[in-house]
Design a protein around this ligand. Sequence first.
Ligand code: AAO
Length: 505
Amino acid sequence: MGIYFLLLIVGLCWGQYNPNTLPKRTSIVHLFEWRWQDIALECERYLAPNGFGGVQISPPNENVIVTDPQQPWWERYQPVSYKLCTRSGNETEFRDMVTRCNNVGVHIYVDAVINHMCGANAGAGDHATCGSYFNAKTEDFPAVPYSGWDFNDHKCKSRSGNIENYHDISQVRDCRLVSLLDLALEKDYVRSRVAEYMNHLIDIGVAGFRIDAAKHMWPGDVKAILDKLKDLNTQWFPEGTKPFIYQEVIDLGGEPIKGREYFGNGRVTEFKYSAKLGTVIRKWDGEKMAYLKNWGEGWGFVPSDKALVFVDNHDNQRGHGAGGASVLTFWGFGFMLAHPYGFTRVMSSFRWPRYFENGKDINDWVGPPSNSDGSIKPVTINADTTCGNNWVCEHRWRQIKNMVIFRNVVDGEPFSNWWDNGSNQVAFGRGNKGFIIFNNDDWSLNVSLQTGLPAGTYCDVISGQKEGDFCTAVEVHVAADGMANFLIGNEDEDPFIAIHVDAKL
Ligand code: AAO
């Protein structure tokens, strides 16, 4: 009875922090700009068999079609209505994806753009992805419908109507983010339209939401919307399950708006995590890996159970948003996925022709691989399991895929057996289930350490992996007392080794 009551309370009050992934599925992957058809296939052929918990998808609602530049990826952050048709697919394809992914235990997380509609300069007409008419100048969006009364113009106090100063809290929340028409979320009418959109997605079967630009909304307004949301679809989720909520709040510490103001609503994106990890691994600002011993709250991050963490995201990998300079695109994955802090999201990208002028990539706008008619190219799969058509598919890289599995295997195990050399060679375990060791110094590593693991021969999941009874990689011998010897040259391709109990030979 006592326990049941406790579970009930936890279920009712804390549901929005729970990612709603299946047990032992501890990460999601952002399949940035993928088509719904391809995501459905990827759930079935790759994500489910490899233990991925879910997919963050690009915004599924109707957006403006930008032609100058030609269909940039960021046009999807300019809503015109809440109809479900975009370059990723229509509502039928969306429903098919959600159903098929849920059926193999991989859940869908929607990027919800609810702070604003399109840019003030988006013009008028029917150049939106479902063909709906709109007029940005008169703030008319009949397909919702929204009219001029539903925007914040009267509230915004900046001269241009745009956010000019991130140190002015009201400006950040009541003015236009890069000229995007700012919705009046204090109005019950607007809150209801947004909630209807999100409830439609919940009915279809999604498991949660990334709340785009949450920093630009008052936490109380976000809460009022979330209070209108239904529980998840009982076809796939237990009765009374709330949607998982993670809010995009960029709080690097230098501004008055803090991530913690949003804890009442759900988790927040911890941008300090990727910014700091990048700085440490690049050894900038006198940082070294030895300092990672108290990684997490000890570094001033939000509490672990309130954090959504990532090594890079769709903005900062191309110089948008924040945290750009020190962001890592590969090395940090190993550390992030091994460390218990936060709920982890892996980025999966497309290639674009980077072209730097005065230190800025002038091609930072380039959209997903597409055909001449503007349709997004399918994700093709090569014989060696990598992706074609310029899809990068980082989540299919052996090292990353194997670390996603590592995290599942060690789920719930404590951070243990930390070791460092006072410099950039560090190691730690996860109880008696897994152990990882890094060499980011300019000299080789050769050391015997307590791993906490049962005796046996383990196959490194970084330099290769266990395939049947064979190990295609370095083997690690753990003695009866848990000790093992590690050797990592500083010029090894991936200068780290990771072992876990499911990769025991
Ligand atoms: C496009 C054009 C614009 C045009 C607009 C309307 O690029 O020129 O005016 O259309 O026509 C994406 C793109 C935008 C694009 C937009 C709409 O990134 O370029 O605009 O779609 O198509 C802020 C927000 C954060 C936002 C981020 C990009 O707080 O919410 O900007 N991210 C999300 C999405 C993103 C999307 C939107 C929101 C909009 O992930 O893809 O935009 O839906 C400071 C602030 C941050 C602020 C950054 C960037 O960061 O703290 O809150 O992020 O500035 O302005 C150091 C500081 C750090 C600082 C950073 C950068 O690191 O420590 O605090 O420098 O200065």
